[in-house]
Write a protein that binds this ligand. Structure first.
Ligand code: PFF
Length: 451
């Protein structure tokens, strides 16, 4: 068998984990959740959750990966065959996410290119452009494939030669572009009021629903409960500190989400005129329909801002899709005991076929409405993976480590490379607090969907 891949050092790991974390979840989902749930109130809740629950789970997963030296399935089964199913369930999540993530990646690529070609006016037509594109029988598939090819090339070049290098270019570029666009948007007339709406806590908006949404967002954004951080931990060296790494990853992810909100919420505020209007209309269309209508008014700058904005979102989406695909490759490689090249071939075939099938949910197979009228197969894939499977995997993982393996095994692994003074609090989190919170999310989400 080929030797297992590994990171070239601690910073490569932090960058890769941050690149996996920072994605469409930060750029597209976080701003509309923040807008919907009263700005500052959501920000504070999210911050608290990331630095308690989120970082605890990140630490658990990376330590489990490094301790066992295996990706999710092997990691769980190394404690007994009967635990293999937890790893299988965790590994199933990226198999569902990757194909539909690439579809949205295709939309972003199409928008970016359209700012150069069709121009800002064509994109700002109140949604017709967007609907026309996703329902097209040929074009939507082509852009999905374009995005996929970019991802496959980088993964094909390997962990050090492809993924690390791509992250090293795309992540800093992403940050610079995000800061530049946030500054530019804040100079638009009326944008400061939008920024105040985003930043000022409105505690009357605090609700159980807000906490539940923030938790769901946190799982997705930190790439938790899907075997990714276990795999990434397994590539880590014994001498690199896990505690400082996970705190940095959490901080980086939240920093980018915050910046994304600062770009998008004030811009939407300018377009809609009030916080209530933004909150009322906040949803997935914020990025593809509302924002282009804001960009078009930036005289002289519309095409540039639109292009740079979608380029930065593309970078975020690409680095995440690369990490998702790498996880699939490592699962297949470990599962079939085959070469990396063969595993990649299988993964490419899977992602292309399933991606095309899910994409058909907007055109050829649009009559399939899995979650009720107006819903798509992409909505279904998103719902099953994020709202059902991820909480279940998180719950099982916490119970597994808290009650079966026992926290000491993980604490010992963490202590191989650093001090861990919060071990007591961490144990309480994993044994009691996290399982209860996760059950609450799970019940609430499913009830909201079918209730
Ligand atoms: N964390 C990514 C985001 O916020 O968009 C989504 C994601 C990426 C999930 C990579 C899983 C993953 F492996």
């Amino acid at each position: 068998m080929e030797k297992r891949a590994s990171w070239s050092g601690k910073w490569a790991f932090i960058l890769a984990a941050a690149a996996s974390a920072v994605g469409l979840g930060n750029m597209w989902r976080f701003p509309y959740l923040a807008a919907k749930y009263g700005g500052g109130t959501f920000l504070i809740t999210y911050l608290v959750l990331v630095f308690t629950f989120g970082v605890s789970l990140l630490l658990l997963e990376t330590a489990l990966g490094r301790k066992t030296g295996q990706s999710a399935i092997g990691a769980f089964s190394s404690f007994g065959k009967k635990y293999t199913f937890i790893g299988v369930l965790a590994s199933a999540v990226p198999f569902i996410i990757t194909p539909y993530y690439c579809i949205i990646g295709g939309w972003v690529t199409k928008y970016m290119v359209s700012y150069l070609g069709a121009g800002p006016e064509a994109l700002a037509d109140g949604g017709e452009f967007f609907t026309g594109f996703i329902t097209s029988n040929v074009e939507s598939y082509i852009w999905m494939l374009v995005f996929m090819v970019l991802v496959f090339v980088v993964v094909g070049l390997g962990v050090k030669g492809g993924i690390e290098k791509a992250n090293l270019v795309m992540m800093p570029a992403l940050i610079v572009m995000a800061i530049a666009i946030a500054i530019y948007t804040l100079t638009m007339p009326g944008a400061i009021d939008g920024a105040l709406y985003y930043l000022t806590p409105d505690f009357s908006k605090f609700s159980p629903e807000l906490v539940i949404s923030a938790l769901g967002q946190m799982f997705y954004s930190l790439s938790l409960a899907m075997g990714i951080m276990i795999t990434y931990g397994s590539y880590m060296r014994k001498q690199d500190s896990l505690t400082s790494s996970v705190v940095r990853i959490g901080g980086f992810d939240i920093g980018v989400s915050f910046l994304a909100g600062l770009m998008i919420v004030p811009a939407a505020f300018v377009a809609m005129g009030s916080g209530e209007a933004v909150a009322g209309s906040a949803g997935p269309s914020l990025m593809f329909i509302t924002l282009p209508s804001v960009f078009v008014d930036m005289e002289g700058m519309a095409a540039v801002i639109g292009f740079v904005f979608f380029l930065l979102v593309l970078f975020a989406a690409l680095t995440s899709a690369i990490s998702l695909t790498e996880t699939l490759v490592s699962i297949v490689q470990d599962g079939l005991k085959c070469t990396r090249a063969k595993a990649l071939g299988i993964v490419i075939a899977f992602v292309v076929v399933v991606g095309a099938f899910i994409n058909a949910g907007y055109n050829g197979l649009a009559f399939i409405e899995p979650l009720g009228a107006g819903t798509s197969m992409l909505d279904f894939a998103d719902f099953i993976s994020n709202s059902v499977m991820m909480p279940i995997v998180a719950l099982l993982t916490c119970i597994f480590v808290g009650w079966i393996v026992k926290p000491k095994a993980i604490i010992d692994e963490v202590r191989v490379s650093s001090k861990f003074s919060a071990a007591g609090a961490w144990t309480v989190m994993i044994k009691y607090v996290a399982p209860v919170l996760v059950i609450v999310i799970l019940v609430a989400y499913v009830a909201a969907q079918f209730g």
